[in-house]
Design a protein. Structure first.
Length: 519
């Protein structure tokens, strides 16, 4: 009651009343004089009729539009374009995006008009089940997630809600929770008081000035219908956005992206980069570019051209029997060029190459232009891509194919200013198309990496164009590797340690009881 008294005292302060009256007086006087002017000239009834006609026409147009939107053939009954509302996370893969799109389609089909808030919980569960059914290789249930994942989801949603409230809600940092509770408890009393006061004001207005009172009642009737329709539309859009946020959170939950927090992933990436320290005498870098191909395909020569340094051995013999890393900066991003052993048909070499391909963020595949035997390349590519296709949750880089030693096919090489004559350019194009068709790969980039090198910049540009996708691949790999580390063996170790602590505790209690009994 003390709070109510303070509020009443503030509302009845004379300075507040005078200020409100001074602001409202010009509008009130202008409205009254305008109605008197219309009445004196006999235009008052015409004005009322025109207002009713315009308002009725607008209402009919709105009504027809709503009836047309109820047609099942319409994509979005609420009029919300697909590009509006909550958007999918750009970090998502195809499976996560498809699950979110399915949930969004369900939401926009089910919410034609605003639904009761009590029914929104049931619809929210249906949205979550839709996302779960489309997540992973097999359909998941609504409860197919771990307790740490649920806690991390709550943490993220609470943090985002706090930031949104501080940004969008005025005085959210200063209003006490006690005040909000008081307002909520007295909401019915305030609503009843407002309706009673407004009804009394309508009666007084009608008695004091019947023409003005009638006109205001007509205006309130028309405006009230439109405002009610607009409120229903806004509520429906708000419910759609709320459920789409639920769908977005569900995608993160069931895709395994909440298995570890960003801080935990950063720690794992730092530990994962320790392996590269063993390969280099140069500083480590976040992105791995695996350079694969047959023996003497020109991998090291191409790396030298990209580095502009003579850091990789080049010889007619195979010079790389293990993955050798070379630091390079591409598009402002630090990278490793991993010079892999040349494919020679042996199982040991294939194992080293396949392991490097599985942990690479980008793949640069070098093919020798004057070597028609490409069976080893086809076999290695097929094994890598088949393994990636069998695991849809894993993001796989799109290989950048390079056709090296193109100068060996052109007898008059080098050409002035590196400008290929028309016939030679057509010949190179035919070779490029033939290789792409033979291996079923993207069009390879023809290059000559020996001095004077040609078209090496196109290779660098192709790698730079894949930097953003490479970052996504790296995060995906770190998340999956972290999940493997917390597998069965780790959990068994934790369980064993817990059992040991329990046994020690029991032994300690038993010893205490024994000592007490002896005393």
């Amino acid at each position: 009651m003390a709070d109510l008294g303070r509020i009443r005292a503030r509302l009845l302060r004379w300075d507040a009343v005078i200020t409100i009256g001074a602001l409202a007086l010009p509008f009130a006087v202008t409205s009254v004089l305008g109605f008197i002017w219309l009445y004196e000239r006999g235009w008052f009834l015409w004005f009322i009729a025109a207002c009713i006609g315009i308002g009725g026409a607008v209402y009919l147009v709105k009504r027809i539009a709503r009836l047309r939107r109820r047609n099942p053939a319409e994509v979005s009954d609420t009029g919300l374009p697909p590009e509006d509302g909550v958007q999918p996370d750009p970090d998502w893969g195809e499976r996560e995006t498809a699950a979110f799109d399915a949930a969004r389609d369900l939401i926009r089909r089910r919410i034609d008009v605003a639904v009761p808030w009590a029914d929104l919980e049931t619809l929210g569960r249906e949205v979550v089940e839709t996302v779960a059914a489309r997540s992973g290789e097999r359909a998941k249930g609504a409860l197919d997630f771990t307790l740490p994942e649920a806690l991390l989801l709550i943490e993220r949603v609470a943090s985002r809600f706090r930031a949104d409230m501080r940004e969008a809600v005025p005085f959210s940092d200063s209003v006490r929770l006690r005040t909000l509770v008081w307002i909520w408890r007295n909401r019915d009393r305030a609503r009843h008081l407002a309706r009673t006061g407004y009804g009394a004001w309508r009666v007084i207005r009608l008695i004091k000035n019947p023409p003005v009172g009638i006109m205001q009642e007509i205006d309130n009737l028309l405006a009230g219908g439109h405002s009610g329709h607009i409120t229903a539309e806004a509520m429906a859009l708000g419910q759609i956005i709320l459920l789409e946020e639920v769908a977005k959170a569900a995608v993160d939950l069931y895709s395994g992206r909440l298995r570890f927090s960003d801080a935990e992933l950063l720690e794992m990436q730092v530990a994962d980069g320790a392996r590269d320290h063993l390969r280099l005498a140069a500083p480590d870098a976040p992105l791995r570019i695996a350079v694969a191909g047959q023996t003497s395909a020109g991998k090291s020569t191409l790396i030298n051209a990209l580095l502009r340094l003579d850091r990789a051995e080049t010889d007619a013999m195979a010079t790389t029997d293990r993955a050798t890393a070379h630091p390079i900066v591409l598009g402002g991003a630090d990278c490793f060029l991993l010079d892999l052993p040349g494919l020679d048909g042996t199982a040991a070499t294939d194992a080293v190459v396949q392991e490097a391909l599985d942990t690479a963020d980008m793949v640069l595949w070098v093919l020798r232009a004057n070597r028609p035997a490409r069976a080893l390349d086809a076999k290695a590519l097929d094994a890598w891509l088949r393994r990636a296709a069998a695991d849809p949750a894993r993001r796989t880089p799109r290989p950048v194919m390079v056709l090296s030693c193109i100068d060996t096919l052109l007898p008059d090489w080098p050409y002035p200013e590196h400008a290929l004559p028309r016939q030679e350019a057509l010949k190179v194009g035919e070779v490029v198309k033939a290789v792409a068709k033979e291996l079923d790969v993207p069009m390879p980039i023809p290059v000559s990496a020996v001095e004077p090198d040609w078209n090496v910049a196109a290779v660098a540009d192709a790698l730079i164009g894949q930097l953003s996708e490479a970052l996504m691949i790296q995060r995906n790999r770190a998340r999956r590797a972290a999940g493997d580390r917390t597998g069965t063996v780790t959990e068994l170790r934790r369980g064993t340690a817990l059992v040991r602590r329990g046994l020690r505790g029991l032994a300690s209690r038993f010893q205490d009881r024994r000592d007490t009994h002896e005393e």
